[in-house]
Ligand binder design. Structure first.
Ligand code: NAD
Length: 496
């Protein structure tokens, strides 16, 4: 796999990104701009799928379920998925530069996480689907009378996949791969902020010979646009969505009339809990990662850091010192921190920086916008920010900000730490830092979240359950959990 450089052209420069419907690339109707958050430059225009085009995509998917796709065996389907993974790797540099152009994220992250995980998702679900078993229950007597029950896994049907902009390719493929592995047909909608890696995936699907209609791609916005048309379409059977909690509620309402199956990975306001017995260096380093990775735009990022009082002042100082040293810059500059996704999102994050001051917080470092004196001043860069001294009930401690910022507060006992960490309407992830093994297990288990890391953050095994409780989601993805969501189990009872 060749590493891209800045000289690698954005694959869709000055083009109009098409939708993919029934195996055909479609450019029609309205378009919108795809903007580079590094310098505000328009990279390309994007075809916005209206309700009629969404309908065509759904009908193409429905048709594919009656076509050759339905006659492929599981090994044949999985072989196609492996080809998708191989082709992503062959076009690695293009995928990386597309993802970087849309998001401004660092070359280091896009090439070590986003794109490799996209390929890995297809391989992982090919493996999982191949090795999946099924249930069998005998109701019989020893002499062979009675009945035999067995389960078969059928595809759910037409699946809508709706993805966000923060890890665009990783999160879209995380749903597309298991949906296809289970024999469904997909209509995928990437975020309007990040259409490019999905557009390359559409090309890859064509290149590997995916039957027409099995994978359809529609670009566009959410409300009153492509997303809304997709989730309310009566012929869509299931929706796999990752994004904001409020969007999840809107999708639920849109999907209610046709009672669709829903898998939701939503927002977070994640806590890190650092005990005084933790390995100090590991805890500071891990918290730096958990607060500032991807410019704080990972649903799993820690926005609330609770530190046991004897360690508190030292920990705040160490974190702030390192945050001040983070290099902010463009994707190819060896920076630690890229821009936020857009100027609009920067305005939202800055409003929380202002609010933190209004709510009487102390901005220990950051709190503003960096100045470069060049084209990057037209981008969406922001300073990494560390805040202390906010009341627990303040909005900055309660609401998801989704930027490179955390609030630190001290605690005095294990019970208090658990109570503070759980005092939120969200419940996605937590990180616990301690060298006491018993406490590690005890505290991790008490976290009201879908995933708790002990002495690490964002260490992922794709077979494990992934998702959140409370406002952070419905259901679990990962391993057998994804296969369960994307399949309809059916019991067949045979009288013997
Ligand atoms: P978003 O909810 O604004 O958008 C996500 C997607 O939904 C986009 O494709 C958007 O066009 C679409 N959409 C918006 N409104 C819609 C509607 N009414 N009907 C149908 N589709 C609609 O989220 P975002 O800003 O792109 O992403 C950031 C959010 O995602 C954060 O809240 C973050 O925590 C969350 N997130 C969660 C996870 C997780 O696994 N739990 C992972 C990544 C991001």
């Amino acid at each position: 796999m060749r590493m891209p450089t800045e000289a690698d052209a954005y694959p869709f420069a000055d083009q109009q990104l098409p939708c993919l419907v029934g195996g055909e690339f479609v450019r029609q109707g309205r378009t919108f701009d795809n903007v580079n958050p590094v310098n505000g430059v328009v990279l390309a225009t994007v075809t916005e799928a209206d309700a009629a085009l969404v309908d065509r995509a759904v009908q193409a998917a429905r048709g594919a379920l009656r076509g050759p796709w339905a006659r492929l065996s599981t090994p044949e389907r999985c072989a196609l998925l492996r080809k998708v993974a191989e082709r992503i790797e062959q076009r690695f540099a293009e995928f990386v530069s597309a993802e970087i152009a849309d998001t401004g994220k660092t070359l280091q992250q896009a090439s070590s996480l986003d794109i490799p995980r996209g390929a890995a998702n297809f391989r992982a679900y090919a493996d999982l689907a191949l090795t999946r078993g099924s249930e069998c229950f005998e109701m019989g007597t020893p002499d062979g009378r009675g009945a035999l029950n067995y389960s078969v896994h059928k595809p759910v049907g037409v699946v809508a996949v709706i993805a966000p902009w923060n890890l665009p390719f990783l999160l879209m493929t995380w749903k597309v791969a298991p949906a296809l592995a289970c024999g469904n047909a997909v209509v995928a909608k990437p975020s309007e902020e990040t259409p490019s890696s999905a557009a390359l995936l559409a090309q890859v699907m064509q290149e590997v010979g995916m039957p027409p209609g099995v994978f359809n791609l529609v670009h566009g916005f959410g409300p009153r646009s492509t997303g809304e048309a997709l989730v309310s379409h009566p012929d869509v059977n299931a929706i796999a969505f990752t994004g904001e909690s409020a969007t999840g509620s809107a999708i639920m309402r849109g999907a209610a009339d046709s009672v669709k199956a829903l898998s939701f990975e939503l927002g977070g306001k994640n806590a890190a809990v650092v005990f005084a017995d933790a390995d100090f260096e590991a805890a500071v380093g891990g918290t730096m990662r958990s607060v500032f990775s991807n410019c704080g735009q990972v649903c799993l990022c820690s926005e609330r850091v609770y530190v046991e009082r004897p360690l508190f002042a030292r920990f705040v100082e160490a974190l702030a010192q390192r945050a001040r040293r983070l290099k902010i810059g463009g994707p190819y500059e060896g920076a630690d921190l890229g821009p936020l996704i857009s100027r609009a999102h920067r305005e939202k994050v800055l409003s929380y920086y202002r609010l933190a001051r209004e709510e009487h917080g102390e901005i220990v470092c950051g709190g503003g916008v960096p100045s470069f004196g060049d084209e990057r001043d037209r981008g969406a860069f922001i300073e990494p920010t560390v805040v202390c001294g906010l009341a627990e009930g303040s909005r900055c401690v309660k609401e998801e900000i989704f930027g490179p910022v955390c609030h630190l507060a001290p605690f005095d006992s294990e019970d208090e730490a658990v109570r503070l960490a759980n005092d939120t309407r969200y419940g996605l992830a937590a990180a616990v830092w301690t060298s006491n093994l018993q406490r590690a297990h005890r505290v991790a288990r008490q976290m009201e979240v879908g995933i708790a890391w002990v002495n690490d953050w964002y260490l992922r095994d794709l077979r494990t359950p992934f998702g959140g409780v409370k406002l952070s989601g419905i259901g679990r993805e990962g391993g057998a959990h994804s296969l369960a969501f994307f399949s309809e189990p059916m019991n067949i009872c045979v009288k013997l």
